[in-house]
Design a protein around this ligand. Structure first.
Ligand code: GUN
Length: 287
């Protein structure tokens, strides 16, 4: 059996076209969407992610503002800047790239961002709203995965879903979204005993662990939908996911590649959240 490969680039391009049209319409109403991206320190992966986010904004007609700080910056400096950005009417979305240097309290930084501008969906209030099924900014990676399921017609109601990874950014919100969509969800992680027992039962398997080619063919149920959230750099410089793509695509029914799978959809959902935030402001101005 050979799995059908989900083309994340194609889906992202389609959705970004719609986002660009909404951004242009907002510009015409005097509310050009704006995203502020804060990068602290010199984590090479973070620098690449931020560069990609800023470039994607430009293409979609979203104004971007990149704020960079050295790794030893005092937290008070960043907190003061966040307060300034919260009050800046030209900024509709604020994102602080994670991880942060050790002197920072991550929760305090995320909660210093206005809930209305929290386009990453990481503020405790947005997380709480999501957990209660209320309208909220959804975290971009799991939201992008849900949009892939929708686009591919993957049936979630009653499905057995297994998420490997329990991070605040991916694993936990992914589990919440799948639960809300009617799946029976198991969250596995580094302490899980007999991981393969769980993964082999999964109709939907989401891997978000950060270990190259960790999920192998023998861990996958024939015909399953396998979503690879991992982006790992191999010693030869090439990128690979958390799933052994060559082996698993012989067993799965549907699979995402790395690169070109989940990654482009993550950035697309960030652009969409920024446009949604600007649309809310434009609407409120009219009332
Ligand atoms: N670090 C890894 N992924 C993300 C993300 O989606 N948003 C932010 N802010 N930091 C990240």
């Amino acid at each position: 059996m050979s799995a059908r490969v989900i083309d994340g680039n194609a889906l992202a391009a389609k959705v970004r076209g719609e986002i660009a049209a909404r951004a242009a319409a907002l510009g015409g109403r005097g509310e050009q969407p704006g995203l502020a991206v804060v990068l602290i320190g010199n984590n090479p992966a973070s620098a690449v992610y931020v560069r990609n986010k800023v470039a994607a904004c430009e293409k979609a007609g979203i104004r971007s503002l990149k704020l960079e700080y050295p790794a030893d910056v005092a937290p008070a400096v960043v907190m003061a800047k966040l307060a300034e950005l919260n009050a800046d009417a030209t900024v509709h979305g604020i994102l602080v790239q994670l991880p942060l240097p050790p002197q920072f309290d991550e929760g305090a930084v995320l909660e210093a961002i206005s809930v209305a501008k929290d386009v990453d969906g990481f503020h405790a209030e947005n997380v709480g709203r999501l957990s209660q099924g209320q309208e909220a900014f959804l975290p971009c990676t799991p939201h992008g995965v849900m949009r892939m399921f929708e686009a591919e017609g993957v049936s979630l109601s009653g499905a057995e879903a297994v998420v490997i990874g329990r991070s605040n950014i991916v694993g936990k919100p992914m589990a919440m979204l799948l639960t809300q969509a009617g799946a029976t969800v198991t969250v596995c992680h580094s302490r899980t005993r007999d991981l393969a027992f769980h993964t082999r039962r999964a109709d939907i398997l989401v891997a978000a662990i950060g270990k190259p080619r960790f999920v192998t063919a023998d861990m996958v149920k024939p015909g399953a939908t396998v979503i690879d959230v991992g982006i790992n750099r191999l010693p030869d410089g090439k990128l690979c996911g958390d799933v052994d793509f060559a082996g698993v695509s012989e067993v799965a029914g549907l699979i995402t590649p790395v690169p070109g799978g989940v990654g482009p959809m993550t950035i697309t959902m960030l652009l969409e959240n920024t446009v949604i935030s600007a649309e809310r402001v434009a609407r409120a101005r009219q009332v």
